[in-house]
Design a protein around this ligand. Sequence first.
Ligand SMILES: [Zn+2]
Length: 278
Amino acid sequence: MPELPEVETIVRELAPRLLGRRFRHPRLSHTDVLYHTNRRKVLRALDGSRVTGMTRRAKHAVIQLSSGYRLVVQPGMTGSLLVYDAPLTENQQRYAVLQASLGSGETFVYRDVRRLGTLLLLDDRSWEAYSARIGPEPLADDFSVEAFRRAMAGSRQALKKVIMDQRKLAGVGNIYANEALFIARLDPSLPANRLDAAGAARLYRAVRDILAGAIRAKGTTFRDYRTGNGKRGSFQFSLKVYGREGEPCRRCRTPLAFTHAIDGRATTFCWRCQAVVR
Ligand SMILES: [Zn+2]
């Protein structure tokens, strides 16, 4: 599913095309993507509303509306946010879950082939409450190594699981967790509270570097992810471990190991480079 760099890319590309524009004639093809809201509320909040802001929080794209609501989109594995310049083709129409006219022949679309994403509609108060439950943004200027250490210190769970826990740290998912742990040379199964100061400093830097690098590459496209301009990201060509199980480690040439045992997700690592540096 799109992680921080992918959603950041979508937001950066779409914001200039949406800011100040007005949604008209919104349509919703399915309601199964709605979370704690309903069709009537979403259509009413959108219709005639101007876009007054567009930002990212964790893995969510947040579209601020002049109606006072925020449309919060978490694109699932097959979800994307797009602006089409021409009337939608039959195929485009088929997967357009939410669409609204922007005028001048343009259409805003949330496309989701398998409808694994989530749409929320939140007023100021519920947005603040929602956002308060999410951990700090790893790329924020004021996110310090001390704050990172504090987030890790309280848990005995595997490091990999903890950096992907959205309540502890915002926006990191499976791909970038694998990559950051390799760069920091840390065992993904290390209990987070056993991370020492040096390891925490390496992982803090690795998480920030990997996310910033992936944003520069406009994200990682394995299958469905597309940027806000409908293009593929290119960070898949820079991945050091994710998806490379059995291939030689880029640092020591040992074949990379693979397991589901840590958190039920695919973990690829080098048992030599990421051996217990405890
Ligand atoms: Zn290695």
